[in-house]
Design a protein around this ligand. Structure first.
Ligand SMILES: [Zn+2]
Length: 206
């Protein structure tokens, strides 16, 4: 088993985001998987700046392209705020990795992690409102211009995902140089590797 990424794997992970690389089965898992090598000292992080984060949010289906363009423009005008918003989002990403890895292992998430997630959830709730349409109610963002909007949308999606857990298909990739989260095709499927860029060559060996 490899414990580091090859130059070719690093190159694959540093190119632009493509829809066909969103493999995990849920946008929150795809968000977690923007970092490769969760147990490595120097993991590879694809979200190296806020603009990249906005680009990713479009490919992952979290933001509409026009709205992502507006938020990316704002990020370029307010680089310090954008950097801080990206740091918050990465804190959410690390937290979701912890919590969902616990679910995947059949364990209860750490209490402190759940308290920390609750703070993200409360921030997300404050960024949403209820809209009463003809025959139903929708939860919509108050504004798409806050730099924390992508994080708030992902927090909302993360809660929706967690409410569906436990799910025996949820797994952490067995490749130490990867650590991605993904849904297996069935609860009992023997699929120890995620099939992402760092593991494509290993999946067929499983
Ligand atoms: Zn993997």
């Amino acid at each position: 088993m490899t414990t580091d990424l090859s130059p070719a794997q690093k190159h694959a992970l540093l190119t632009d985001f493509e829809e066909d690389e969103l493999l995990a089965g849920h946008q929150v898992l795809d968000f977690i998987n923007t970092l490769t090598g969760w147990s490595l000292e120097e993991p590879l992080d694809r979200l190296d700046n806020y603009i990249r984060f906005a680009q990713w949010s479009v490919v992952a289906g979290v933001m509409e392209p026009e709205l992502a363009d507006i938020i990316a423009m704002k990020a370029s005008l307010e680089p310090e705020e954008a950097s801080q918003a990206l740091t918050f989002a990465k804190n959410l990403r690390a937290l979701m990795h912890q919590i969902l890895a616990a679910f995947a292992a059949g364990q209860q998430p750490d209490y402190d992690d759940m308290v920390a997630f609750e703070a993200f959830w409360q921030h997300s709730v404050a960024a949403h409102r209820l809209v009463f349409l003809d025959d139903h109610i929708e939860v919509q963002p108050v504004a798409f211009t806050d730099l924390t909007i992508i994080m708030d949308l992902l927090t909302r999606d993360a809660l929706d995902l967690m409410k569906r857990l436990p799910d025996k298909r949820l797994a952490v990739c067995g490749n130490e140089a990867c650590g991605w989260l993904y849904f297996k095709s069935s609860p009992r499927a023997k699929e120890p590797f995620c099939g992402g860029s760092a593991c494509a060559s290993q999946k067929h060996l499983a």
